[in-house]
Design a protein around this ligand. Sequence first.
Ligand code: ADP
Ligand code: ADP
Ligand code: ZN
Length: 218
Amino acid sequence: MKRIVVLMGPPGAGKGTQATRIAEKYNIPHISTGDIFRANVKGGTPLGKKAKEYMDKGLLVPDELVCELVEDRVLQDDCRCGYLLDGFPRTIVQAEYFDEFLAERECSPLSVLNIEVGEDVLLPRMVGRRVCRSCGKTYHLSAMPPKVEGVCDLCGGEIYQRADDREETVHERFRVYEEQTSPLIEYYRERGALSSVDGSESPDEVFAAICAILGDCR
Ligand code: ADP
Ligand code: ADP
Ligand code: ZN
């Protein structure tokens, strides 16, 4: 079965953390639009230069820069047995674009997993988030610190705080999520594609709930 999975949830819900595990267990590529944009910002590409203006302010990158990028990515060969989207779609326009793509190009149903977490839990998660500059692995200052302060366990890279994880920007991202992304919950519920998990539990518990929904590997 070709598995096409979308991970949804507010910023800091644990999408990236769970996506790494899901991708490994189900052997499908993890496609994070945030990671793709950050790689472009780091590489100084034209797309990166445009995206940075929005990302630094906590705003969404315009739909027209996102949709084709995702379409090109999921048509690559490694996605032929399925893929996991983390951070896309994030607007109704993106969801409609993706629905059209699915109708034309895919025969498998879409599973949308919504990770539910209240804002009181999200804020400390986001301001405590730290990321490896080299390999992108995510840590948390108190909940999941690296073994040696400031150094990535996996690759020895430098650990830093994303510019958009500072408290000033975090509030704007919550507002943008409420306004532009949260309507997707209803959108996918109406289409019978939505499942929700309680994201306030530990990473292991959240992962177990996700696996119960996605089922066995084959
Ligand atoms: P998202 O991709 O949804 O923005 P992340 O996976 O990057 O979220 O997680 C945000 C922060 O919260 C990170 O610092 C991560 O280590 C931490 N985190 C993720 N899941 C949990 C959890 N279940 N309990 C506590 N902290 C978590
Ligand atoms: P988080 O994990 O905290 O939810 P992401 O890493 O997914 O954040 O995204 C970081 C930023 O990248 C977003 O605030 C936005 O500016 C941009 N971005 C990522 N995905 C999308 C998308 N699908 N549409 C528009 N902007 C996006
Ligand atoms: Zn690393």
